[in-house]
Design a protein around this ligand. Structure first.
Ligand code: IFM
Length: 453
């Protein structure tokens, strides 16, 4: 299985999950600082205060990337380092960190992929309403423009948002993520304002290649998980379509076509109304993009469930039951269904044929142990191997797929799960900050060297 020439191989991380140094060089507070320091929000009451100390160890981490032959590294910028209060002049010491990181990557022959928003909203903006407030979209566009002005001489690849569904519905809907609000109407408003911020920012990121990164999953009935040919009954098919609209089309239809699925508008009508969607917004959101970034971990499994109330994170999901898949699971409890990835990529390439695709995250948490300086993470190797075979199948089926980035380079702060879940291909001993290449890292490096499996 040899991948196309120029296929991009890399790894991804995010600022709050790895950087630490939360009070250094004028960084402002983010909603994740506030949230993680509130007891009970994160497993073990872990915080990102130190994380992988990447802020101080980035040179060593880039050296590891080079050793692994990564061609690309996707990282995110902490907005509160650049604008401590979310607006106004750029903090020179904050942006200087990313200057140094970009230079280090380029010197190592690694192409930077910069994500502008991976969930660490400045706390000052949350206090003015956060993403539920329209003004945050404009603040985001200004911030994006400021970062572009500083880095675009060396950075070509930009992502506006990472996983706006998660930011809106876990942050403002069920409160599992920062800022921890629990209000369906705020979640729907936030989703719209995130999209508006994306559209405004996308227009200010030229020259450059622009992508929107979504957490997307094929939505399947339990029977379809193991039998792609299974045909669901009418009620189950309606449940599948509804959840696909709420998870994926909610973001990609406006970004690519300038339209909202009717399921999203209906959910908004029942939760606070659609008054926050102003004339012209959809034209703004439909800014030209070059790539859709796809973060895939597992399928979403649903069936019709008569009379069920909407799940707290899913306004509009009345009458849908979230089901379990008959499949092995990772340490997160997520079902391992590798061909979900090819099914998803093929569908996205059919639904949005004018935009290229990149797998911007894929990976798995397992309970790794270090033994004699090695981590034999055979489960992760099997997971990655299985999923890469499906990426290859999607390419063979005609999907315009430009690259694959493993999640994650390093074990890191896994949001509400804290440090107990390890997604890295590099093990991090948080007491010593020692890095150990897991077997999966060595295996991945070999895949990169061969450009295939
Ligand atoms: O760690 C997260 C990442 O920040 C966003 N996508 C999913 C990963 C695993 O949960």
């Amino acid at each position: 299985m040899i991948f196309p020439e120029n296929f991009v191989w890399g790894a991804a991380t995010a600022s709050y999950q790895i950087e630490g140094a939360v009070k250094e060089d004028g960084r402002g507070q983010s909603i994740w600082d506030t949230f993680s320091h509130t007891p009970g929000n994160v497993a073990g009451d872990d915080t990102g205060d130190v994380a992988c100390d990447h802020y101080h160890r980035y040179r060593d981490d880039v050296a590891l990337m080079r050793e692994l032959r990564l061609a690309a590294y996707r990282f995110s910028i902490a907005w509160p380092r650049v604008q401590p209060d979310g607006s106004g002049p750029v903090n020179p010491r904050g942006i200087a960190f990313y200057d140094r990181l970009v230079d280090e990557l380029l010197a190592a022959g690694i192409t930077p992929y910069v994500t502008l928003y991976h969930w660490d909203l400045p706390q000052a903006l949350e206090e003015r309403g956060g993403w539920a407030d329209r003004d945050t979209a404009h603040r985001f566009a200004d911030y994006a423009e400021a970062v572009h002005a500083r880095l675009a001489d060396r950075v070509t690849n930009w992502a506006t948002l990472n996983e706006p569904w998660v930011a809106a519905y876990l942050g403002y809907g069920n409160g599992v993520h920062a800022p921890g609000r629990r209000d369906a109407a705020s979640a729907l408003r936030s989703a719209h304002h995130l999209l508006l911020g994306h559209g405004l920012a996308a227009r200010r990121l030229r020259p450059g290649s622009v992508m929107l990164v979504v957490n997307s999953s094929p939505v399947l009935t339990p029977a379809q998980v193991n039998d792609p040919a299974a045909v669901p009954g009418e009620a189950d098919a309606a449940a599948v379509d509804r959840i696909h609209a709420l998870l994926t089309r909610q973001f990609l239809d406006p970004a690519v076509y300038g339209t909202y699925p009717e399921e999203v508008l209906a959910a908004a009508e029942r939760n606070g109304g659609t008054g926050h969607i102003c004339d012209g917004d959809l034209d703004t959101i439909k800014a030209p993009i070059d790539l859709i970034g796809v973060n895939y971990y597992n399928p979403c499994v649903v069936e019709a469930g008569p009379g069920l109330p909407a799940d707290a994170a899913w306004p509009g999901s009345e009458d849908v039951r979230f089901a379990t898949a008959d499949a092995p699971t990772t340490a997160m409890g997520w079902p391992i269904v590798p061909d979900g990835l090819s099914r998803l990529l093929v569908r996205l390439s059919q639904d949005y044929p004018q935009v290229g695709l990149m797998v911007t995250e894929n990976g798995a948490a397992f309970d790794d142990v270090v033994e004699n300086g090695r981590v034999h993470d055979a489960d992760r190797v099997a997971y990655l191997d299985g999923h890469l075979r499906e990426v290859w199948r999607a390419v063979e089926a005609g999907a315009d797929l430009r690259g694959y980035l493993v999640w994650s380079l390093l074990d890191n702060f896994e949001w509400a799960e804290g440090y107990r879940r390890r997604f890295g291909i590099v093990h991090v001993d948080y007491a010593t900050q020692n890095r150990t290449l897991k077997d999966s890292a060595l295996w991945y490096s070999d895949v990169i060297a061969r450009n295939g499996l």
